[in-house]
Design a protein around this ligand. Structure first.
Ligand code: SF4
Length: 385
């Protein structure tokens, strides 16, 4: 989901629309064009990427693969999904071509996602090449299973930061939610990430009623004791998330109530506490932990949406540019970089023009609802969360 916490520089806030959550009614398109890659060819490349609602794009989430070594119920379909063929997945050359083009028009931060990005065999060479582009931040989201082996090579390759998913500290629950996972291996991966010196590591937990809502305090304590920042994420009603009984949804307000019961009154984050890198969608609250006030992030895409400050787009493993996570529509960038006599083509301008065309069509916000209607049909694992 989206992560902005502040208005993009230079945005005219008076033109921005504030976004209600509408029950089962997709929010209207902001743009004037239908989504079709061909039309990008006739457009002059912009100096920067701005959508129809004057939101500037500076953040790209890149799914390196639609495969994962886990099968978390809210992300993967219960039946084994059909995966992309090798030839459908963007190659390292194609990825670098697209990302270098978008860097020229203001994309400053890139996050590598999946599926699970660490199952991609050429992950390290990809990170080496992307790190040379001179982005402000190149980060990765992982389930942690392979970080014991990969943390040091990733750091040496030039990765800036890592976020790790951890939905429970109970080994049996962990096996149940991941269907394949080993809590022991993830904890070892977390230790390795700390040991090799990655800064500002965040621990991401999808908060689910009657699954882990009794563990929120325990997960926070674990994070604080390991110098990590815990973040709780609302379940998003898309793909497999729709199949989870809507009774499992836990709102940010309820998460704050749980934190209050554990740590006492929620505290504001003081100005002198420096902002965390990432510029993401999490809104941070403070909780008292010993003599300190520690941060806890809440990513409340459903109950407290942050679409009005959206600064991101997503690139799927098959090269589909999703202007918004909330809809299935996408622009086919793979077709662009694979056109022409040599692949990837020398096509930065066409890539930029295609992305700008998709942004013209970007909706003001998602249509997620707590009852599960309004989200895209694609599973999160195919878009990249
Ligand atoms: S506009 Fe779309 S991509 Fe941006 S925060 Fe909202 S749902 Fe996420």
């Amino acid at each position: 989901m989206a992560e902005p916490t502040s208005a993009p520089q230079g945005t005219d806030r008076t033109r921005r629309r504030h976004l209600p959550i509408l029950d089962c009614v997709p929010i209207e398109r902001g743009g004037r064009l239908g989504a079709a890659p061909e039309r990008a060819a006739g457009l002059a490349p912009p100096a920067e990427l701005v959508d129809a609602w004057t939101r500037r794009v500076s953040y790209l989430r890149v799914s390196l693969t639609d495969r994962c070594n886990y099968r978390c119920g809210y992300c993967m379909p219960t039946v084994e999904p059909s995966h992309l063929g090798r030839e459908q997945v963007l190659s390292a050359d194609e990825l670098v071509t697209i990302i270098a083009a978008l860097k020229q028009v203001g994309v400053r931060r890139v996050r590598l996602t999946g599926g699970e990005p660490t199952v991609r065999k050429d992950l390290i060479p990809i990170v080496v090449r992307l790190a040379k582009l001179g982005l402000d931040e190149l980060s990765l989201s992982s389930n942690g299973e392979r970080l014991s082996e990969l943390a040091a090579p990733l750091r040496d390759a030039g990765l800036s930061r890592v976020n790790i998913s951890l939905d429970t500290l109970d080994p049996e629950r962990f096996r149940r939610i991941t269907r394949h996972g080993s809590l022991e291996r993830v904890l070892a991966g977390i230790e390795r990430v700390r040991a090799v010196g990655f800064p500002h590591t965040k621990l991401n937990t999808v908060a689910l009623r009657s699954f882990n809502d009794d563990e929120l305090g325990k997960i926070c304590r674990f994070a604080f004791e390991h110098d990590l920042t815990p973040r709780f994420i609302e379940l998003m009603p898309m793909g497999s998330g729709m199949s989870i009984d809507s009774g499992g949804f836990l709102s940010a307000a309820e998460i704050r109530d749980r934190l209050t019961a554990e740590f006492g009154p929620i505290l504001p984050i003081l100005d002198e506490q420096p902002a965390l890198p990432g510029g993401g969608p999490a809104r941070y609250v403070g909780v008292r932990f010993g003599h300190q006030v520690r941060r806890v992030g809440l990513i409340a895409a459903v109950s407290e949406p942050f679409c009005d400050t959206c600064n991101r787009v997503r690139l799927s493993a098959s090269g589909q540019l999703h202007a918004c996570l909330g809809y299935d529509e996408a622009m086919d960038l793979a077709a662009i970089v694979r056109s022409g006599p040599k692949a990837p083509c020398d096509c930065a301008q066409a890539v930029v023009a295609a992305v700008q065309a998709a942004l013209v069509d970007k909706r003001a916000g998602h249509g997620f609802t707590q009852s599960g209607c309004g989200g895209p049909q694609k599973p999160m694992v195919s878009i990249g969360g």
